[in-house]
Design a binder for this molecule. Structure first.
Ligand SMILES: [Zn+2]
Ligand SMILES: [Zn+2]
Length: 267
């Protein structure tokens, strides 16, 4: 499966880091891992087939993770590229997602759920197991961030595993949830002395990655306090043998069980 970092940033506007969004593609379809408001433009900018997107995963309801859902639906409702589309779009997230999206739609009378193709909102419980794309199994884990926040473990048919924490505070069991991940995509909001419990700083992230024995770690959701720091170098201080990188907008990775994680050039 292929991962494209659309946004490695946060809620704070930043010139190089769009708010949180990642594109994941398998042989059977495509999926957004969070959809900030920037995601709509960033998909087009990266020449990705936004019109064929199969599913959207919303980790929680903070707007730097889901503010792009309504603009995307407004786009597909009117764009020439989606007028012939028949295949459904599925939007996954925790309890309350339906109410939130419906309330926005009704308040503006947009009729965003009346499209040329079916749109399904699927509310997912913690510890749920389901197929998010054909052949791509998903498991969820409730994280200490907001009430509905969920981490996601994805396993492709070849066994390749990606675990996405999204925003979370530190909890040991999240490391166990990510056990053996080929790619552990983690939030690492802060460098050190984090001002809130509901996020991770570098030492937390590394502890979880070590607990998980993750093959490769990609730190994302980076606040501007990371500007000017070499994340790989910083991570080496905590974990000399670890394979840890900072996410950069536009980064493309291929994840397979056999070869691990490899960088790929843009299409
Ligand atoms: Zn966030
Ligand atoms: Zn958040």
């Amino acid at each position: 499966m292929k991962l494209v970092v659309l946004g490695s940033g946060t809620s704070v506007p930043h010139p190089q880091r769009a708010s949180t969004a990642h594109w994941l593609e398998t042989e059977t379809g495509s999926l957004l891992l969070d959809a900030s408001a920037a995601a709509v433009h960033r998909m087009a900018e990266e020449n990705l087939a936004w019109m064929d997107l199969d599913a959207i995963w919303i980790s929680h309801f903070h707007l730097d993770h889901m503010g792009g859902v309504m603009p995307y639906l407004f786009g597909t409702k009117w764009a020439p590229q989606t007028q012939e589309r028949k295949k459904p779009l599925k939007i996954y997230g925790g309890y309350g997602l339906k109410k939130l999206l419906r309330a926005f739609d009704e308040a503006g009378r947009y009729k965003l759920f009346q499209q040329q193709f079916p749109v399904h909102i699927c509310e997912i419980a913690p510890r749920a197991e389901f197929e998010i794309l054909p052949g791509l199994k998903a498991k969820t884990f409730s994280t200490p961030h907001t009430r509905e926040s969920l981490a996601l473990r994805l396993t492709n048919h070849d066994g390749a595993t990606l675990v996405y924490t999204s925003d979370t505070g530190y909890v040991d069991s999240l490391g166990a949830f990510a056990e053996g991940a080929d790619l552990f995509l983690m939030e690492c909001s802060f460098r050190q002395n984090k001002p809130v419990e509901a996020h991770l700083e570098l030492a937390d992230a590394i502890r979880l990655a070590q607990r998980a024995r993750a093959r490769r770690v990609l730190l994302s959701h980076l606040y501007p306090e990371w500007d000017g720091f070499d994340i790989r170098e910083q991570a080496k201080k905590f974990w000399p043998d670890g394979d840890v990188d900072g996410a950069v907008d536009g980064m493309r990775l291929e994840i397979s069980k056999e070869q691990g994680v490899k960088s790929v050039p843009p299409a």
